[in-house]
Design a protein around this ligand. Structure first.
Ligand code: ATP
Ligand code: MN
Ligand code: MN
Length: 307
């Protein structure tokens, strides 16, 4: 036992108070990011990242061997996870309670990295009121080969549609191919209402411009279009957390972006960890939580009637 602890302390590096083993292991070959770099990134970005991510149930995308190795999308923390990753028991559809991880500090983020986590995916509700979403996410998923300019126009159009319904939003480059548009909510409605509303907005936009958009998941029908993925807005669904690294070549970050800066962006996956740390939330105007009430749903009905 003593021997093992000594061996452990030999190659483990303390980051945010967590012993990070194999800190020199290269995770992203091309960008030369090591596990230690990943841990130090999350330690440094924690204050900005926790603003949106603290206290939400998480799914973790783990790649213990790096980008080329196996990957696990994990909803439930396993044995051996550090205590810094806190646990909330959540009753599932089948009535059984299952453990989910959540974090409140840098140690939680780094604890997840110690277990091989690269990506953090968050619920749209916080642990003190799991049945009341406080953020809606519209995830714009372009067909392969569609230009990023098309995705940007889609995000602006979605912003304007939401504004017509009385809802302000903010935008995030996913770090992959698309853009997420987020609406902060007061916690006055349940998941059914939230999901139905998001489906309604996606359908409205797709019906108005069927050549550009679709609101069904179908890849076959997506040719040259953008899928407005409203399915992130279900109890138990997740979306990539702001400032999460992406386990994709290039080591890009999911990066919040000011609406008036979005026009000048050339790709959704071009933000490095260094740039994310320099920028943080600068210039990103996150509206205060809004009410998904009768005035909004009535405005949606009127918009459908006007199609
Ligand atoms: P992109 O811009 O490239 O689309 P993205 O983060 O939006 O990046 P999507 O594929 O559109 O990626 O989103 C998938 C969402 O589904 C993720 O945000 C994640 O929360 C969830 N997800 C990802 N992998 C799994 C999985 N294996 N099982 C269940 N849900 C997953
Ligand atoms: Mn997406
Ligand atoms: Mn999607």
């Amino acid at each position: 036992r003593v021997e093992r602890e000594v061996a452990m302390s030999d190659d483990a590096e303390k980051i945010a108070g967590i012993a990070v083993s194999s800190a020199d292991r290269v995770i992203f070959d091309k960008s030369k990011l090591t596990k230690g770099d990943v841990a130090r990134y999350y330690e440094a970005i924690a204050p900005a990242m926790l603003e949106e991510t603290a206290d939400r149930p998480l799914s973790l995308l783990r790649l213990p061997e790096g980008l080329e190795g196996e990957r696990f999308f994990q909803k439930h923390p396993g044995k051996g996870f550090p205590d810094a990753l806190k646990i909330v028991e959540i009753t599932e559809k089948d009535g059984d309670a299952e453990p989910y991880a959540y974090v409140t500090d840098a140690a939680g983020l780094v604890g997840a990295v110690q277990m091989g986590t690269i990506e953090f995916h968050i619920w749209g509700a916080r642990r003190d009121r799991l049945d009341r979403p406080d953020r809606l996410v519209f995830d714009l998923d372009p067909d392969e080969g569609l230009k990023f300019a098309e995705v940007k126009s889609a995000a602006f159009d979605l912003r304007d549609r939401l504004a017509d319904l009385g809802l302000e939003s903010w935008a995030m480059l996913s770090g992959g191919k698309g853009i997420h548009v987020v609406v902060p909510l007061r916690r006055t409605v349940g998941w059914d209402t939230a999901k139905l509303f998001c489906r309604g907005v996606a359908s409205l936009i797709a019906e108005a411009e069927p050549m550009r958009f679709l609101s069904e998941m179908s890849k076959a029908k997506r040719k040259n279009k953008i899928f407005i993925d409203w399915l992130r807005n279900e109890r138990g669904s997740t979306a990539i957390a702001p400032f999460s690294l992406r386990a994709r070549p290039g080591a890009g970050v999911a990066m919040p972006i000011a609406w008036d800066a979005l026009g000048g962006v050339r790709k959704a996956n071009a933000t490095s960890t260094k740039q994310a740390l320099e920028h943080g939330w600068q210039g990103v105007d996150r509206p205060a939580p809004q009410t998904l009430g009768a005035s909004v749903t009535e405005a949606l009905e009127r918009a459908f009637a006007a199609l």
